[in-house]
Structures are given as C-alpha cells and as structure tokens.
Design a protein around this ligand. Sequence first.
Ligand code: KG4
Ligand code: ZN
Length: 332
Amino acid sequence: MTVRILGIETSCDETAAAVVDNGRLVRSSVVSSQVDLHARYGGVVPEIASRAHVELVNDVIGEALFEAGTTLAEIDAVAAVHGPGLAGALLVGVSAAKAIALATRVPYIGVNHHEAHIYAALLDDSSLEPPLLTLIVSGGHTLLVAMDDHTRYRVLGQTVDDAAGEAFDKVARFLGLGYPGGPAIDRLAPSGNADAIAFPRPMLDDGDDFSFAGLKTAVVQYVRKHPEIPVADVAASFQAAVVDVLVTKLVRVAEDTGIETVVIGGGVAANSALRARLLDEGARRGVRVVVPSLALCTDNAAMVAAVAHWRMAADGPTSLAGGAYPSLRIGA
Ligand code: KG4
Ligand code: ZN
C-alpha cells in the first residue's frame, strides 16, 4: 500500500512543497526561493520572509500536487516543518498543513528541520539505512549526529559559536561578495589559491564540537593587514580551512564510533570543495560517504515529507494543538 505524504517547508527563506510516496519516492518537489527579496538587506529579514511565505504557500502547494499528478483527495498525511526556524515563517507552513489536515481529515505531522536534512540522504540513495553518522551544516547550525535508527538520534558535537554557513555568509559579506555567501565563495574559490593563507583550523584536534567565529575574525584581521591580497585567495583559503575542520572531524568520529556510513546535509553540504574532499577522504579510509544531490542539500520539502513517513510510523500524528517551535532541538 502506498502512503502518500504532502510536505511543506517554510522555516527560513524558501517556500517549498513536495509529494513523496512511502518516504522514498519523490513525486514532486517545488522550491520557491526568496533570495532576491532578502539580498538587498544582506541577510534574511524575518518579517519579509513570513509575508512572502503567506503569498506563495498556496501556489507552491498547488504546483507540488499538480507536478506529482495527484490531488489532496489522494494525500494520506500532511507534514510541515514546525522547528527550528523563524517563528513567523514556521507558522505559515504549520498553519497551512493543519488547515489541509482538518479540511481533508488526514493526519498532520510536525517535522524537525534538522531531521529532515538527514533524510535528504535517504531520498538520494534508496538503499541507505541507519545506523548513520550525519553532519548537518546549515545557515544556523553545525551538528554532528549519530542516527541509530529511524527517528532516533544522538547529538555528538555542535558549534560552540557560529555555524559553518554563518561563517560563509559573514566572510562573504566582509569580502563584498553578497548574499547568500556560501555559493558566492564556492564560485570564487576555484580561481584562488587555497594555500595562499594558512588560516586557523579551530578545535581541529579538540573534541567533537566546532567553532567558526575565530576563523571569521582571522579572515577580517588578515585582510585588514594585507589589503592587496586577491579576494579569490582569501575565499579559497577560508573555504579550505572550514572544509578541513569539517571533514577531519567527521572522518575521525566515524572511525571512533565504528559507524561505517557517513552522510551530510544542509546548505553548506552543497559546497563543492566539501563534497570533493569528503568523497576523497571516505574512499581513502574505507568509509562509505553519501553526498545528496544539490537540490536535496538546500532547503526543500521532499526531505520533510520523507521524515514524516517515519515519524508517523514511530509516534503517530502530531496534535493539531501543536504550534511552531523556533528553538526545537534534534534528539531531545
Ligand atoms: O540548509 P540551508 O539551505 O538553510 C538553513 O536551514 O539554514 O542552509 C543555508 C546556508 C547558508 O549559510 C548558505 O550560505 C550556505 O547554506 N550554502 C553554502 C553553499 N550553498 C549554500 N555554503 C557553502 N557552499 C555552498 N555551495
Ligand atoms: Zn536547512
């Protein structure tokens, strides 16, 4: 029997909806990015994001149903990200999902955004099963998580200050590369020399947590002292430092825990240097590495519908009295 789930994602600046069968088969995935609306402010403006979600969400849901060749009548459950994220933005997706659940008498499932980023890898490779070691690197979070079974997690490490994506965004803004910063640095780095500047590798050999605020400060201080340095060299050297820390820690924890399969997720997982280095390191050390397609790394709703499938099986539906949880944690 097919279980068909409609997923909705509005936690930050993408309005997304998708239809996924049995937690594995993506029938449609529609993402409407608001990047252009926020770029002139150099970052996401929460109130603008909420209003744009309100304007876009119904059309995006309609398009996801249409592209999937289905209707609300054939949907078995509707899921939305209920945290973490921007409160007003989250509420738009949660309210839309609850309204559909009420109107069509199907279960509503509230989904954790980080958990969804992990399930992106399971959509990408249908043979993939836990246990997995996962690194979630997004705009607001850097999390090293052991997924012991479906919907069961242990957080092994996290950032003590800035997230990896935040560091990309702040350094890009300082270098005048615009927003969002990750893709801008990723594009520029190949034309620079990654060995030009030996930026620090914070906490490289020190536990399973991460720290990127000091690296960002090191970039600022270096550029102020050496204004003649080519921006591409700074971008390449900074990116190399972030990638080095992420990959070194991830592979080391995989070896320490004996978890043989490693997956990455979140916007920074779209970074080409990170993807290449991790695949290379995995091959050398005999660790299986799964790197989801670019569209599944950045925010989307297919991953939301996927995780909802397993959440519903484990815990049943979420109460319609549930709200949005801006600081929701994984594995708590
Ligand atoms: O997961 P995501 O799409 O949204 C959040 O949940 O935060 O992640 C957004 C973050 C931003 O900081 C953005 O600069 C970063 O992911 N990012 C990248 C790349 N593409 C997006 N960072 C490095 N390289 C990229 N190619
Ligand atoms: Zn995300």
